[in-house]
Write a protein that binds this ligand. Sequence first.
Ligand code: CP
Length: 321
Amino acid sequence: MKEFLYASHLGDLNTALLEAAEIKRDRYAYEHLGHHKTVMLVFFNNSLRTRLSTQKAARNLGLDVVVLDVNQGAWKLETERGVVMNGDKSEHLLEAIPVMTSFCDLIGVRTFAGLTDRAADYEERILNQFIKYSGKPVFSMESATAHPLQGFADLITIEEYRTSKRPKVVLTWAPHPKALPQAVPNSFAEWMRTGDVDLVVTHPEGYELDPLFVGDAKVEYDQMKAFEGADFVYAKNWSCPGVTRPEDYGKILCQDPSWTVSARQMAVTNDAHFMHCLPVRRNVVVTDDVIESPRSLVIPEAANREISATVVLKHMLLGMK
Ligand code: CP
């Protein structure tokens, strides 16, 4: 595997789930693969889970790890070609990428959506420059449109906790004071569509996700109706994806607090598990009682980020042989 951005890059996901279970039984089973190899983790944006879990996964595989926080200690990077660089950005990505990759064998990149230019975000302009100019395998640690390590961890978590052959999984929009990217809900929908689940997406009108990710999943604008009989509820805020009105791309269209996931909605589910990728704003996205309830999976879900990253890095290392 030379790049990892979408679910399809990992190949057969039933096999990947078996690999995840194997890694969970023995995290160091493939420790030899990374011997004398280095992974560089480049963060353009903040992270807690991705930073920790990907480093742990790399060490499970015997890799050396270098972490670079682009905006803390490195030179500020220009990412667009043709810009007269007489502002605060001292270095261009086109020099920085080959320099970074001189010191590693594979590279992970976190680069969030700018949320002002839909075309630039959905073309993955920054991540694709790493793919084009690094000459090394590149994996996403959350890019403008996708968070595949999270999507895979979510799939693993649902596989572990499902009690029915085809559970009902609800992806629900929830309010947030800031405009957030669509990467997590995009990947959640994409990875769920590969699994044996009934996916229902619920959000206020205007928040329709890109069909590239959501496909023909059922959309229900009535949140209470969507929650009826759900086995898993996955909450996430996202800003307007600009599918129906491109001029609204990246905007906050709704802050209706009735969309906050609370006991009221959970009461109509099939005693659903609650999921969220974290970090989460309590009592904005979800109430304290729901996230703290025994049905909440937010901690095992986060812990599974180590497992998803170990499987993905294993595939990348095997692809380099
Ligand atoms: N879920 C997730 O990616 O968390 P971080 O942003 O803390 O890495």
